[in-house]
Design a protein around this ligand. Structure first.
Ligand SMILES: *[C@@H]1O[C@H](CO)[C@@H](O)[C@H](O)[C@H]1NC(C)=O
Ligand SMILES: *[C@@H]1O[C@H](CO)[C@@H](O)[C@H](O)[C@H]1NC(C)=O
Ligand SMILES: *[C@@H]1O[C@H](CO)[C@@H](O)[C@H](O)[C@H]1NC(C)=O
Ligand SMILES: *[C@@H]1O[C@H](CO)[C@@H](O)[C@H](O)[C@H]1NC(C)=O
Ligand SMILES: *[C@@H]1O[C@H](CO)[C@@H](O)[C@H](O)[C@H]1NC(C)=O
Ligand SMILES: *[C@@H]1O[C@H](CO)[C@@H](O)[C@H](O)[C@H]1NC(C)=O
Length: 648
């Protein structure tokens, strides 16, 4: 009634008022542009540069985002740089998740409320020591997709992701009242071989502009070694930037940039505060004072700079990446602390203050207290029960649709499995005894196999653990057993761990996980396989009566059937803590049904896993360890109030 009474006159009055309002708004318009001749960014028409820090929201529970962003602000930064990782949002083909730790609207609002501008990266490739560089596993279901090229099959997937993510970013662009000032397309593409595909880069630019408009500042970053890298990594009409580590002479790298791009601002998009880390290598550190001296030189050149990382976080679950190395790949640690100014657990380190003081020589730094370190809790001597062999829990951990069967083994992606572990088993057809050789073929494993001989294929009764085998790019991974008796009808069980997909370089294109070739036993191809994805998180609270809860002393045989499941209930104050895994060898740690990540203290350097309070909502929780390497003689763990990441 009322609305029809208001009528057209009222509506046109409203239209008039809003158009007056809009035009006055436009005169104070928010703009963020590049002044090419002035060699600077312009924010609302004024020269501007940023001092920003990398923070990957996928590596920090969302409950802590506000804390990290506030610390970035009080550290003197005016912007935060983050990766929008495709695979973090899409674990199922065609489906995208933007809730909880993937709630980018929450993230962008928090950044804006904190007074930080946002540099959006990862469209579509990230690297970042993250699983498959941020690409979803399902791209490897098909052999014929050429990644990071203008291959129509690849571009169709990219477009689908862009259709999902870009409309969500659009309202948060600076010009639309939000914090996003720049958007990166591709990443270090100039040093990707076989890259240098201008059609591909043009497609990305076109597609991003379709959603975000013609005014948004797009950029790339490349290693400033050669002009060729810049030329191959970017589109001439868009801003190119470089990345480099601590140096006494940053001008050198900016000169390379200037050689390629004479105008516009100079930016170091990845100024390394630490470095990436692999299992079995010393933990990489960068001196705070060296970093500060180099920073001062960069800032004196009027450059913009982004610290990579400013707060690193954690590769929870199976999100850590890998590097292709011959003969055996290198796998990234579970921690992504990165020796960054803000630690994995969100603590402000000495490096944080040294950098802040340096920034203060050039920019006003907020005169407020830096938010305090979080409270940590500790507990010694937490005893775990040995619940049995992993194979005893098969009915709990196999995927809902059970086993997939095929004559020859299928790789993980072809099976439709994403991350973690795959069980392969085949029934042996004859009695055999004597020397046995199980052979996976050159490069036939992705990545490590635990091999069992089991009477029934789903219990450890009468089963024997035969050993573990790592993939090898040069020689066939194989297991030889001097003497073994096999009864017809028993099962060869192979549990294959995907230890993280390669996140950089041409080998991203050629990798698959699981069993990739045929498996032979004494030269004969094994046929008729059953394959299932293992959901280790289902082990939560399953170590109790009715199932095996056997002490080591009472069942010596069981102890030989790796992998083993250990579990206990822990009561601990609701604070962050670090799990000291040193009494165990190699495996996966799980809190309730949250997979903390991989532990491998015998390899080092990482000894402790970060256990954020945010992943549990009560003091009491279930801790599960699935141990693949060795039965622990002392099945105890400690919770510490500090991390140990550099024991090597
Ligand atoms: C961002 O913050 C500004 C104030 O600094 C506010 O005007 C604007 O509405 C905020 N935008 C969003 C998307 O929250
Ligand atoms: C940096 O900018 C200031 C102010 O615009 C200018 O005076 C100075 O010459 C610039 N320095 C360099 C190294 O470009
Ligand atoms: C915060 O934690 C960091 C890293 O553990 C430590 O170096 C620093 O001294 C702590 N700060 C305070 C005020 O305790
Ligand atoms: C295999 O061995 C079992 C006993 O160990 C025997 O009962 C069976 O007949 C044998 N099978 C063949 C085909 O020889
Ligand atoms: C496995 O062996 C069969 C039979 O020899 C062969 O047809 C098939 O191509 C092999 N598969 C692979 C992946 O080598
Ligand atoms: C971690 O656990 C190991 C094995 O129990 C122990 O020797 C070591 O002292 C612990 N580390 C700390 C810092 O407590």
């Amino acid at each position: 009634m009322f609305s029809s009474f208001v009528g057209n006159e009222m509506l046109s009055l409203i239209a008039l008022i809003s158009s007056i309002y809009l035009s006055s708004f436009v005169s104070a318009e928010r703009t963020f542009t590049v002044d090419w001749e002035g060699k600077t960014f312009l924010k609302d028409g004024e020269p501007f540069r940023y001092v920003s820090g990398s923070f990957h929201y996928s590596r920090v529970p969302n409950q802590y985002w506000e804390d990290r962003l506030k610390k970035m602000k009080t550290g003197g930064l005016n912007a935060v740089e983050t990766y929008f990782l495709w695979n973090f949002h899409s674990q199922v083909e065609g489906q995208y998740d933007f809730t909880g730790d993937r709630d980018i609207e929450k993230l962008l609002k928090l950044a804006n409320d904190t007074g930080l501008l946002v540099i959006a990266r990862g469209f579509p490739f990230a690297c970042a020591e993250w699983e498959f560089g941020g690409f979803p596993w399902y791209l490897k279901r098909y052999q014929d997709i050429i990644l990071r090229r203008s291959d129509p099959k690849f571009l169709a997937y990219v477009d689908d992701w862009f259709d999902a993510i870009l409309p969500k970013l659009e309202p948060f662009l600076y010009e639309n009242g939000g914090p996003i000032i720049t958007v990166q397309y591709e990443n270090e593409y100039g040093t990707y071989f076989p890259g240098c595909d201008q059609d591909y880069l043009q497609h990305l630019v076109y597609k991003i502009r379709e959603y975000l408009g013609s005014d948004v500042v797009l950029f790339t970053t490349d290693r400033a070694y050669t002009v060729r890298a810049l030329k191959c990594g970017s589109v001439k009409t868009e801003l190119a930037t470089v990345d480099f580590k601590v140096t006494n002479y940053p001008q050198f790298y900016f000169d390379v940039l200037r050689h390629y791009q004479q105008d516009g601002p100079v930016v170091n998009s990845e100024f390394y505060t630490g470095w990436l880390n692999h299992w079995g290598k010393p933990f990489q550190k960068v001196s705070a004072t060296d970093l500060a001296e180099s920073l001062e030189k960069i800032l004196a050149l009027n450059a913009s700079v982004n610290f990579y990382m400013y707060t690193g976080g954690t590769n929870f679950a199976y999100w850590s990446g890998a590097n292709y190395v011959r003969p055996v790949d290198s796998y990234d640690l579970t921690t992504y602390d990165y020796d960054a100014p803000i630690s994995e657990a969100g603590d402000t380190t000495w490096k944080y203050y040294v950098i802040r003081d340096t920034i203060a020589k050039f920019f006003p730094v907020p005169v407020v207290d830096v938010p305090a370190n979080s409270t940590k809790t500790s507990k010694a001597d937490v005893k775990l029960d040995l619940c049995g062999s992993l194979i005893d829990f098969l009915d709990i951990i196999i995927s809902d649709n059970g086993f997939i069967t095929s004559k020859y083994p299928q790789n993980m992606e072809r099976l439709g499995f994403d991350y973690g572990f795959v069980m392969y088993r085949t029934q042996l057809k004859e009695n055999m005894s004597g020397r046995m050789e199980i052979n996976f073929g050159v490069d036939g494993l992705g990545d490590r196999a635990s091999i069992l001989l089991a009477q029934t294929g789903n219990t450890s009764d009468g089963a024997v653990f035969l050993g573990t085998v790592d993939n090898n790019h040069f020689e066939a991974p194989k297991l030889s057993i001097d003497s073994l008796s096999i009864n017809e009808g028993s099962f060869l069980v192979v549990i294959v761990e995907n230890r993280g997909r390669v996140n950089w370089g041409p080998h991203m294109n050629t990798q698959n996980k699981g069993i990739k070739k045929n498996v032979t036993l004494n030269g004969n191809v094994l046929e008729d396989w059953q394959m299932s994805h293992l959901q280790l998180e289902n082990l939560n609270k399953k170590c109790k009566k009715g199932l095996r809860s056997i002490q080591l002393e009472s069942d010596a045989k069981l102890s030989t059937v790796l992998p083993l499941v250990y579990q206990t209930t822990v009561t601990l104050d609701l604070h962050d803590t670090f799990l000291n895994t040193t009494t165990f060898s190699r495996g996966v740690a799980i809190v309730n049904d949250f997979i903390l990540g991989r532990y491998w203290p015998v390899m080092g350097p990482q000894q402790t896993l970060f256990v954020p309070a945010a992943i549990r909502n009560s003091k009491q929780f279930t801790l599960t360890l699935v141990e693949f390497e060795k039965q622990s003689e002392d099945a105890r763990v400690d919770f510490l109030d500090f991390p140990i990441l550099d024991a090597y």
